[in-house]
Design a protein around this ligand. Structure first.
Ligand code: GLN
Length: 562
């Protein structure tokens, strides 16, 4: 390679390269968006991962997120969708959930990088004196760190291909540095090693009555203005686009017609990988990366099987699950729960409908929970924080417990079930969590001892994968079939050990705990058809052909009830 590059941060050609890195050993597919956000870049990246994986490539994924937060932990799910927790404890964007589910692999924090994380690293280096004498600049330092992140992942993962999703759309001020880093990466590592895909949107204004490609053309041109010629264009649209639109785009943005691909809305996301393969997306990318000879064959059968198993065409049964939470207006806040239920629907060949129960509206008046839960075959109370909506959740749980309606409590939903049981079965009228009432008399849920001393809210909860020891002879054991399981957590509070005896004497069973630390992690009620709660979030480990056992047990109980 003729390019002069150096790993000395004092030089203009500074570009950090990990020891032993060989350009081209791992190739990159960069996924950018234009025109608008929200057109499914995450699902596209995940589907592409699945598609390439099934052709025999070793694939991993990464998201470069534009915002300044160091991770997603402090984000309001109502603004940005669910916070997805990885096994290593990283709090990430919901797209990581989508990646893990589609490629069926646990990822680490190396696959989720925000601008904040990059800037924080640089500023810490600067304070240490690592750049002594040198002004620290966007180019080469910020772009350098960004390339380093990608190359490090290449070294660590030994992947054939890394799919790099750039958050936001082209033209956003915030992600400029990431795109500039990509331009440099392609320049340094070589054209045949970095394939840039742009996911654009084709408008179909009802007043015009036909497709319009101008916004897409202009959006893609912004990428070209930045020195990045895209290799493949994927046109998202509501309905299938005609060839003439592809021709216009091809002509205007220098991308050959066979690499301009239509991807209209599909009814089922599990159909997307196979659909993309049929549209030639895999071939187009492998062609650019010079991998077509090596991975030319379609992993036809595997992908078809997967698609078929995940598509419920003629459901034999139908159930309705009530989800009682406070972010029910934005369904992305609970995306992993919805996906876990979909996995169970596919497994049991049933249609799972959702009824959203906004618990803030249920705070007072009694009989309301009953009214809201009419027609519901099972109840989920998901994770949550704070006071708002909590009493409404407790009212719903009470109704489920007293009327033999299957119940699945997730994290906060587990804690709320303990409070409900303590109040209404054990007679501890003032039972509560200190999260809501710091001075409550019966603090059945209290802060974890190791959390008491901690300052700050970023990354300080009990986070990530931990072992759960399951009691033999319980429903939990029946579901998992194992004495030791691993699930993912995200909490500050837990069951106060002082109350375990009274809760158990009254019939509640803690069927999973954290071993010596005694943190209660699963609860169940043997006198009820299915009353189950987990201090962890089982939805984070549910995968398309492998639904999480807690969800599967719950869905089966709902189907049985019906
Ligand atoms: N707010 C509760 C806690 O911090 C539950 C958290 C959650 O549901 N993720 O323990």
């Amino acid at each position: 390679m003729l390019i002069k590059i150096s790993d000395k941060s004092s030089e203009e050609f500074y570009t950090p390269i990990p020891e032993g890195y060989k350009a081209g050993k791992t190739k990159y597919v960069i996924i950018t968006g234009s025109v608008i956000s929200g057109i499914g870049k995450g699902v596209f990246s995940s589907s592409l991962g699945k598609l390439l994986l099934d052709r025999g490539l070793n694939v991993t994924q990464i998201k470069l997120e534009a915002y300044l937060n160091v991770d997603s932990g402090t984000l309001n799910p109502y603004r940005h969708g669910e916070v997805f927790v990885l096994d290593d404890g990283s709090e990430t964007d919901m797209d990581l959930g989508s990646y893990e589910r589609f490629i069926d692999r646990n990822l680490t924090g190396d696959s989720f990088i925000t601008s904040g994380k990059i800037y924080k690293g640089i500023i810490e280096k600067e304070r240490r004196g690592d750049y002594l004498g040198r002004d620290v600049q966007f180019i080469p330092h910020v772009t350098g760190e960004t390339k380093m992140v990608l190359r490090n992942l290449a070294m660590k993962s030994k992947a054939d291909v890394i799919l790099v999703e750039i958050g936001g759309t082209v033209g956003d001020f915030e992600n400029m540095f990431a795109l500039e880093a990509i331009r440099e990466l392609r320049y340094e590592d070589g054209e045949e090693n970095v394939c840039v895909v742009n996911l654009t949107y084709i408008l179909e204004p009802s007043s015009v009555g036909e497709f319009k490609s101008k916004a897409a053309q202009l959006g893609i041109k912004r990428l070209i203005e930045m020195g990045i010629q895209p290799n493949v264009i994927v046109c998202r649209s509501e309905n299938p686009i005609p060839n003439s639109i592809k021709e216009k785009i091809s002509m205007n943005v220098n991308v050959p017609l066979d690499k301009v691909i239509g991807a209209h809305n599909l009814t089922n996301i599990y159909k997307i990988p196979l659909f993309l393969r049929k549209q030639g997306v895999g071939d187009a990318i492998l062609d650019i990366l010079n991998l077509k000879n090596k991975f030319g064959k379609n992993g036809d059968k595997k992908l078809k099987d997967w698609t078929q198993k995940m598509t419920v065409e003629n459901p034999s049964k139908e159930i309705t699950i009530g989800i009682a939470g406070k972010y029910t207006g934005l369904h992305d806040s609970y995306i992993s729960i919805l996906k876990a239920l979909e996995h169970c629907g596919a497994k049991t060949n049933s249609k799972v409908n959702i009824k959203w129960i906004e618990t803030t509206a249920l705070e007072k008046g009694k009989g309301e929970a009953k009214k809201e839960m009419k027609g519901v075959d099972g109840l989920i109370v998901p994770g949550g924080f704070g006071t708002r909506g909590a009493e409404g959740k407790i009212a719903c749980i009470k109704h489920a417990r007293e009327n033999n309606i299957p119940y699945l409590g997730l994290c906060y939903g587990f804690q709320m079930a303990v409070i409900e049981f303590a109040r209404n079965v054990c007679g501890l009228k003032d039972a509560n969590t200190t999260e809501i009432d710091q001075k409550c008399k019966e603090d059945v849920i209290c802060i974890l001892p190791e959390q008491e001393e901690l300052d700050g809210l970023g990354g300080t909860m009990r986070l990530g994968g931990y072992d759960v020891f399951v009691k033999e002879g319980t429903q939990a054991f029946k579901l998992y079939g194992e004495k030791k399981i691993r699930e993912r957590f995200r909490h500050r509070f837990n069951v106060n050990t002082k109350y375990i005896d009274v809760l158990e004497k009254n019939g509640l069973v803690f069927s999973g705990n954290a071993g010596k630390k005694r943190i209660m992690q699963i609860l169940e009620l043997p006198s009820h058809p299915f009353f189950f709660g987990t201090q962890f979030h089982p939805e984070f480990t549910s995968r398309p052909l492998k639904p999480n056992p807690c969800y599967l047990g719950f869905v089966k109980a709902c189907l049985n009830k019906k």
